[in-house]
Design a protein. Sequence first.
Lengths: 76, 176
Amino acid sequence: MSLLPLHAIMGIDVATAAFAVAPLFFIRIPEPVRRQKRRDARIVPDIAHDIRDGFLYIWRWQGLFIVLIVAALLNA
Amino acid sequence: MSDQTTTTDVPDAAASRQRRWAASFFTIWTGQALSLVGSQVGGFALVWWLTQASGGSATVLATASLVAMLPSVVLGPVAGALVDRWSRRRVMIVGDSLVAAFSAWLGVMAWTGSLQIWHIYVIVFVRALGGTFHFTAMQAATSLMVPETQLARVSGMNQTLRGVLTSYLPPWAPWR
């Protein structure tokens, strides 16, 4: 901390963030195909359903489930 | 020339799209890598500041760690479902800009000498929040931008980047 004060380090943080944001304005990122527009009132149950689907997907693929549990334990 | 070129009937447009993925992907990737360097140094500097300001108080540091972990624990599962329905590009732009705006605010506070410990809690929370959405969106974007045959290689590059950042940058941060 002796060479650069905190505000300068925050300045570096802001400057490097600009490098990450700038290209995103020019480059298209592909989107997955959507089944339908989901801008209606059902959005909350819809999200809950998606999360449940995600967990079930992992649960049913036993190998993946074990790998994730081991990874979680190693990370703790 | 491999025999693959003569036997496959990939249309020219698809073939050139295959070749061009690298230019767009690695432009974004390089920006992300730079931004991660800044975040890593910044994050370490924040902890350093907290340690000095609080005289190494365990309560203060534990609170900061808790605030840093809560968003990913609570929002992690939801973030994926949300990113799936929002534009990944917009999620990354908004996430990164939000974090940068708060960093700038914190910089001003540090500059004017009015920085307090709760300010650090706020910024640590916002960083973790932005990071959770940003990371999820980047992962989702990666699997769509990178051809399947190259995914393992890109994944390895990400792992290497992460390892280098977490092991080499923290000792750097206080020296800077």
